[in-house]
Design a protein around this ligand. Structure first.
Ligand code: GDP
Length: 450
């Protein structure tokens, strides 16, 4: 009984602290696996009825009380992981929780790997993969919009759309196979729309899901905006205005922002990652050269550059500066308009006049950032990950191949094969098609106790 490896399926019983590290009012130790109930009973005495809470003393091997708290018992399969799960809810001190954990380990439980509870939930069919990931996203959400979107993914919004697509692809394959197998017989119940039209309709649906997932990914990770410009143009001041607090050091000595300052901001609940970089200028000492190198690297990966110039800079200087930047979408911010005397607001086609000092023009700049984040129209309604986008993209490519084959009048076998590929790629999102390697990578990014 006390060795964590129960008979059923040979699965080990895992345990972990499920609450965040540090001190707190409550600290929860979670157990899952065939021996969960027996191990918990050895520590806390008789378990309460399923899903009822009971107050118990948690005791060490010598019978001395470690802590006192609530015990909750969720017998499988109707539990988080699908296995027997017990939660010991004691007091949230690191020493107390550690003693409790040590006691469970001594009794034969094993410490859970990061994400192992979610992994078991997935493997036992309690949750599809995109929903397990949504749990991690919900916990990690940095903005209200992201949290809401993660919740929708958790409720299966992404999985629902992907399933509908997979079903449509499967239906099309069935039709094709039927035509291949019964080429000479009249068949009932088959669509009379031409194949290219049906495939085009599928491609359109896939593209809509891809667009929504793209917005969801943006919501989760935010847009990376890099603030670039010559020293003293007002980059740090602009960042402070955007962040509405003093995050970067503003001084009048050129070249103070030597490193890359990373800020997570929200504009109307949408995450924005802003990197303020070392000024673009011929580097002096080694530290400064390193700063410029990092700035270049950050700019090359930016979703958007905010190029800050002094509104009084001559046009040629601004033009020259633009040629020094990597080819990324760029917004020109003409700062210090309080000094140039020009009115704040939209300047030339891709520019804005602002004063980071007075705040003039900042509302327009924020509205502009919101619109380039795709937040003016539809905000992402569910969270998605890069992994999902890649799967949707490759599914789209396979579908395009199917379309090309159909247009070219190639054999239906070829079309069917491309559709099978597309279906398989989509299956990776919900976890119907996975490799162990993929699963390992996904769950390893979770934290322990989840
Ligand atoms: P950075 O080197 O590009 O980060 O520039 P800073 O943000 O450190 O600003 C350099 C100097 O310009 C500081 O003295 C700021 O107070 C000043 N400054 C920044 N923005 C404005 C502005 O819009 N108007 C005026 N008058 N001064 C500004």
């Amino acid at each position: 009984m006390a060795d964590g490896s129960g008979a059923a399926g040979g699965a080990e019983t895992i345990c972990a602290v499920a609450t965040p590290p540090g001190q707190g009012g409550i600290g929860v130790v979670r157990l899952s696996g065939p021996a969960a109930a027996a191990l918990a009973a050895a520590v806390a005495g008789p378990l309460p009825a399923p899903r009822y809470a009971a107050l118990r003393r948690f005791r060490d091997a010598a019978g001395e009380a470690i802590d006192e708290g609530l015990v909750l018992y969720f017998p499988g399969p109707h539990s988080l992981t699908g296995e027997d799960v017990v939660e010991l809810q004691g007091h949230g001190g690191p020493v107390v929780l550690d003693r409790l954990l040590q006691r469970l380990l001594a009794l034969g439980a094993r410490l859970a790997r990061p994400g192992e509870f979610s992994e078991r939930a997935f493997l036992n069919g309690r949750m599809d993969l995109s929903r397990a990931e949504a749990v991690a996203d919900l916990i990690a959400a940095r903005s209200e919009a992201a949290a809401r979107a993660a919740m929708r993914s958790l409720q299966g919004e992404l999985a629902g759309q992907v399933h509908a697509l997979t079903d449509a692809l499967a239906e099309e394959r069935v039709q094709l196979e039927a035509r291949i197998d019964f080429a000479d017989e009249p068949l009932e119940g088959l669509s009379h729309d031409p194949l290219p039209d049906r495939l085009a309709a599928l491609a359109e649906r896939l593209a809509a899901t891809r667009a929504a997932a793209g917005r969801g990914q943006l919501l989760r990770e935010g847009l990376t905006v890099v603030i670039a410009g010559r020293p003293n143009a007002g980059k740090s001041s602009l960042l402070n205005r955007l962040a509405q607090r003093d995050a970067a050091i503003v001084t009048e000595i050129a070249g103070t922002t030597r490193d890359v300052i990373d800020e997570h901001l929200h504009i109307d609940g949408l995450p924005l990652r802003v990197l303020d970089t070392a000024g673009l200028r011929p580097a002096g000492d080694a530290v400064e050269r390193e700063g410029v190198r990092r700035a270049q690297a950050a700019m090359a990966q930016a979703d958007r550059l905010l190029l800050v110039v002094d509104d009084r800079d001559p046009a040629e200087a601004v033009a020259r500066l633009r040629t020094e930047l990597p080819a990324r979408p760029t917004t020109l911010v003409r700062n210090k308009c309080d000094l140039s005397g020009h009115p704040a607001g939209p300047a030339d086609e891709d520019g804005f006049r602002v004063s980071a000092l007075t705040g003039a023009g900042m509302d327009e700049l924020r509205a502009h950032l919101r619109s380039v984040m795709g937040a003016d129209g539809e905000v992402g309604t569910f969270t998605a990950r890069r992994r999902h986008l890649e799967a949707l993209d490759t599914a789209g490519e396979a579908l395009a191949e199917a379309q090309a084959a159909a247009e070219a009048g190639a054999g239906e076998e070829l079309v069917a094969e491309s559709l099978r590929m597309a279906q398989q790629r989509l299956g990776e999102i919900t976890g119907e098609v996975t490799t162990e390697d993929l699963l390992g990578r996904i769950f390893a990014s979770f934290c322990i106790g989840k």
